[in-house]
Design a binder for this molecule. Structure first.
Ligand code: 3SK
Length: 522
């Protein structure tokens, strides 16, 4: 179990501690051609913290932050947290309606925004009153006119000497909104203790980081997966984070080559895009600095696991996390025998079990059921007690996934609870069928769902994006169906296959199977 003193502050532990320990000159953030040392980062954080105090921000106030992946994003989160206020990160692609919802639901009083992303916030203010929002601070980069506070002016005018209010381990540090693959986003709350616990649990035991490590990821910092890899983990361990604004998968590869990235984190879709479309760049890049290549956000298909090994020379580390749980809670530890057929073991500090949803009883090893977990983080929603009650079973959090707890102790993914297909009385895991389809040369991407069917209740239906140059027709459909029948139990084969040019995804790279299910309902 992880113990933290009553009075503690996550931002202080991630920045000031390294300066106090004489590592102020070490690089904390690399962005374009700028390198920001820990001492410089501390000064920027303290100046912005003073600027926020001058604007009237008090402990417990919510500060809405809206940026692409840039240093000011990290500085804004850390400054907010250092004075006991609560960061409310916004995904870049949120539109005015969603912004209104998040600002109103969180009651944010201040917003810190990148100028290029200001327009949707302005529309939100015109269309809805956003009564709580008193001040807007703008990072000016693109000559966009506005009548708010200038980030640079405020920082320049603020003192670099900060006297911060005391914070305790159970004070809130962040309200992260779920990306809303279904329904309205929900605010998930996280404390200083929990922010440190994801570093001292998952990162320490599954990544084994040290100050020489260099982290990079293309996940948005607004997604807690990205916040962990691009802010919390590198800074907690005195390492370096390479931030890339609007990163494409090839930018990630270039960062590995140029900055000797050792800790890479991405989602399967981005890895797949790199392997499918950028062979020449892959061949030319020096990736020998890599120690870990983490994949999360979606289950890791076996083909992607193999390609990560082939191209990067490291074994991929799969993990399951959620915004509710703040970060990854099941994965292999770095010294475990990686088994690509399973996600791994509970991260040290967590317990996990598989239950029968009707009885709440723990199921025997080998049987599929609802995964529930307990540990230093758990599901707590901001102002949504009814949603929270649905996600908690007898004190255990249910992230909403179907898993098998195997005899070897590993947890094997079956599907999202919503993605389990029941066809003619048989349970079929959509992702299992997807993995088999992906083995076929003609398939670039696929999502398998249950489509309504009078006779069987549901049928297995595959949406397939074919590889470049493949012209889908009935012959291909039969070939794919036969391929599935030959690999897994024949009742799992997709009775229907529809070809699309792209699959709908969220900003965090998750395939929106709910959008595909909606198509079936009309
Ligand atoms: O998969 C996710 O949704 C996730 C969310 C937060 C942190 C980590 C992960 C993998």
């Amino acid at each position: 179990e992880l113990h933290y003193p009553e009075e503690i502050n996550a931002a202080v532990e991630m920045v000031d501690r390294h300066v106090e320990a004489g590592r102020g000159d070490s690089p904390a953030i690399v962005f374009e051609d700028e390198e920001i040392s820990y001492a410089e980062l501390q000064e920027r954080v303290d100046r912005l913290a003073n600027a926020l105090l001058d604007l009237g921000v008090e402990p417990g106030d919510r500060v809405f932050v809206r940026f692409p992946n840039r240093p000011e994003y990290a500085v804004s989160c850390l400054a907010t947290q250092k004075i006991g206020a609560i960061t409310v990160p916004s995904m870049k692609l949120l539109r005015a309606n969603e912004i209104s919802y998040v600002v109103e639901d969180s009651g944010a009083s201040v917003a810190i925004v990148y100028d290029d992303l200001l327009d949707e916030l302005e529309i939100a203010r015109e269309e809805h009153d956003l009564d709580s929002l008193e001040e807007i601070v703008v990072v000016e980069e693109n000559d966009i006119e506005h009548d708010h506070h200038s980030y640079d002016d405020r920082i320049a005018a603020a003192s670099p000497e900060l006297t911060a209010p005391t914070t305790t381990r159970d004070d809130l540090v962040m309200i992260a909104y779920t990306s809303g693959t279904t329904g309205k986003p929900k605010g998930t709350v996280h404390t200083h203790r929990q922010m440190l616990a994801i570093c001292d649990g998952y990162a320490r035991y599954c990544l084994d980081p040290n100050p020489d490590d260099v982290f990079a990821s293309n996940a948005p910092i607004a997604f807690t997966f990205g916040y962990g890899f691009e802010v919390a983990f590198p800074l907690r361990f005195g390492a370096t984070t390479v931030l890339i604004q609007d990163p494409k998968p090839t930018d990630l590869l270039a960062a590995v080559d140029e900055h000797d990235v050792s800790m890479l984190a991405s989602v399967p879709t981005a890895y797949n895009q790199l392997f499918a479309e950028h062979e020449d760049e892959l061949e030319a890049a020096d990736v020998s600095s890599l120690r870990r290549a983490v994949s999360a956000g979606e289950p890791l298909p076996p083909r992607t696991y193999e390609q990560i090994g082939e191209h990067f020379g490291v074994e991929a580390s799969d993990g399951i996390g959620s915004t509710e749980m703040l970060h990854i809670f099941i994965s292999h530890r770095y010294h475990d025998d990686m088994d690509p057929t399973a996600t791994g073991f509970p991260v040290p500090g967590y317990e996990a079990k598989v239950i029968d949803t009707d009885t709440g009883e723990q199921l025997p090893r080998g049987e599929a059921g609802l995964l529930v977990v307990r540990g230093p983080t758990g599901v707590t929603y901001w102002g949504r007690p009814e949603k929270q009650a649905e996600a908690i079973y007898d004190g255990w959090s249910a992230p909403g996934d179907i898993y098998i707890h195997r005899e070897d102790g590993r947890f094997e993914y079956v599907s999202r609870a919503d993605d389990l297909i029941i066809t003619g009385g048989n349970n079929v895991s959509g992702p299992e069928v997807e993995d088999v389809l992906l083995e076929h040369d003609a398939v670039y991407q696929t999502a398998v769902i249950g489509a309504p069917d009078e006779e069987r209740g549901q049928i297995v239906k595959a949406y397939v994006v074919p590889e470049d140059g493949v012209d889908p027709d009935d012959v291909l459909t039969r070939e794919l169906q036969d391929h599935v029948k030959a690999s897994i139990a024949p009742y799992k084969y997709p009775r229907e296959i529809e070809y699309l040019e792209t699959l709908p995804t969220t900003e965090t790279g998750k395939i929106q199977r709910s959008k595909l299910r909606e198509r079936e309902d009309v």
